[in-house]
Write a protein that binds this ligand. Sequence first.
Ligand code: GAF
Length: 387
Amino acid sequence: MTETPVETVTRGFIERYGHEPVGVWSAPGRVNLIGEHTDYNDGFVFPFAIDQRASVALGIRADRLIRVSSTFADEVVELHLDDLAPDAVEGWAAYALGVAWALGEFGADLAHVGGVDLHISSTVPVGAGLSSSAAIESSVALALDEHWGLGLDRPTLAKVGQLAENRVVGAPTGILDQSASLLSHADAAVFLDCRSLDAEVIPLGLVGDGLSILVIDTNVSHAHATGGYAARRASCEAGARTLGVDSLRDVRLDDLDRAASVLDDETFRRVRHIVTENQRVLDTVRTLREHGAGAIGPLLDASHVSMRDDFEITVPEVDLAVETAQAHGAIGARMTGGGFGGSAIALVIDALVPVIEREAKAAFAAQGYREPTTFVVTPSEGARRDA
Ligand code: GAF
């Protein structure tokens, strides 16, 4: 019999620390259905949690050390709770210890909490653009919040995870991934206004409509702590400054002609992606409500073109995955996540899943690309306590 994630993380905890955990929490990775790079522009996103999750087992210590281990590395990393700081840790442990530090920045009185042992395991593929890091951050945030009795709400825990990512991991990311991981519900996507942080859970109805979301992970690994992501963010900020607005959220489709006349070509195309992508999120939500998921395909396709040609964050492997899915009957397809590698998603009728999986692998082989990993994702529940 295969182990459940709770059994795996509990066994790992006992192997590392030699005592029993008091609880297990988990949080999912995400697929962003549409709304890419709009989050740090105060715009709209529409992600859902996937069934792959990070799990964390937590045990009590008598002292004030926080120790963390994982299935990703052989080491146990430890810090005194008084020594938590943005630059106190690097590598994989930054995701967990960074969250502990960030909780303090959001008002937690870390001087009066007890030490903990943490052990993490995860089924979210790393580097696939499916938010493996936010899954860890969100599971640890929920576990520590509950264990230490902090009483922070989920939107605040999402900000905690984002702060850890920005200041400790060093990636200048927005609020999308942690919000998806913490706010999602089964069979639904979260329509999030990244300015107000108002979130609405909207049923996707995939099962009833006989539809699946197929992930085609190109196995081209990405990392947002490196160049391209920060450069796109800087372009957006420069565009907003030149246009005299606080953020690109405030630029309307009607303003694009004027924007073209005052921005250089590259900055204009970055701006146009954000402005049109915000509109596509709104259109996707409306179309989904009025006509069901089967009608959103053209919006997914248009989003991909915009990411490829205007924002320039796709890579040839991702483009090939999208084109192959479209050529073999997908209702719509696009890259998901921050880009520069990672995964494409395709909205397909159930019967076509094996066809598109096969054709994607054949197309990659024909180009001499590494074989992609393909799997169907189920819109799932957000972070929770499992044991
Ligand atoms: C990454 C970031 F972490 C998110 O904040 C978001 O900007 C996304 O890329 C692009 O939409 O996942």
